[in-house]
Design a protein around this ligand. Structure first.
Ligand code: ITT
Length: 188
């Protein structure tokens, strides 16, 4: 089974990646690294992280850059989703505060993925999107990050109420991985 370093320090993402990539021997990235996300798109940041970790480890690496874009907040927190607070609870609280009583609560999760070879060259990339709405209060205990306030009308559930399998089917990361799979197969 080919090895793939997961270029993420987010434990929620690690759990999802391991379930999404059964044909790969997924290994965590070395601890204690800070990678500056200086790109101005999700894809640029995913490429930056994949290249950095691949060069550092001398192995194939996959990176994700993702975030929540809220229409009434002009796309915020977007690229700054991780930096919106220091804990998941703080990030959720801030987002609910910023939205207040706004009636227009449409939002989307976006995920960009990039795979780099051991020289740091990007050999595969893809994006996935999931449309939803921001609830007024958290609902459900699963997942991570903003999952408890992200409601998917088609399913009648928040991400935090979904089984991992369902989140994979309808979620932004699962969709990005589905789009990436043919490119990954071609690399093996
Ligand atoms: P790495 O850069 O180490 O991968 P990170 O948490 O800093 O980890 P990002 O810069 O991509 O990752 O920030 C994405 C943030 O968006 C993440 O911290 C969550 O707050 C949120 N997010 C992304 N995907 C999510 C999901 O599936 N469910 C809930 N929140 C999510």
């Amino acid at each position: 089974m080919p090895r793939l370093v997961l270029a993420t320090a987010n434990p929620g993402k690690v759990i999802e990646f391991q379930a999404y990539l059964p044909d790969w021997d997924c290994v965590p990235r070395p601890a204690g690294l800070e990678i500056e996300e200086t790109g101005d798109t999700f894809l640029a940041n995913a490429c930056l992280k994949a290249t950095h970790i691949a060069r550092l480890t001398g192995e194939w690496a996959i990176a994700d850059d993702s975030g929540l874009m809220v229409d009434a907040l002009d796309g915020s927190p977007g690229l700054y989703s991780a930096r919106y607070g220091t804990t998941d609870a703080e990030r959720i609280e801030r987002l609910l505060f910023e939205l207040g009583d706004e009636l227009e609560r449409s939002a989307r999760f976006v995920c960009a993925l990039a795979v780099a070879d051991p020289t740091g060259t990007i050999l595969a990339q893809a994006e996935g999107v999931c449309e939803g709405e921001i609830l007024r209060a958290p609902r459900g205990n699963g997942g991570f990050g903003y999952d408890p306030i992200f409601y998917v009308p088609d399913q009648g559930l928040t991400f935090a109420q979904m089984t991992p399998d369902l989140k994979r089917q309808v979620g932004h990361r699962g969709r990005a991985l589905a789009a990436l799979q043919p490119q990954l197969q071609a690399l093996v």
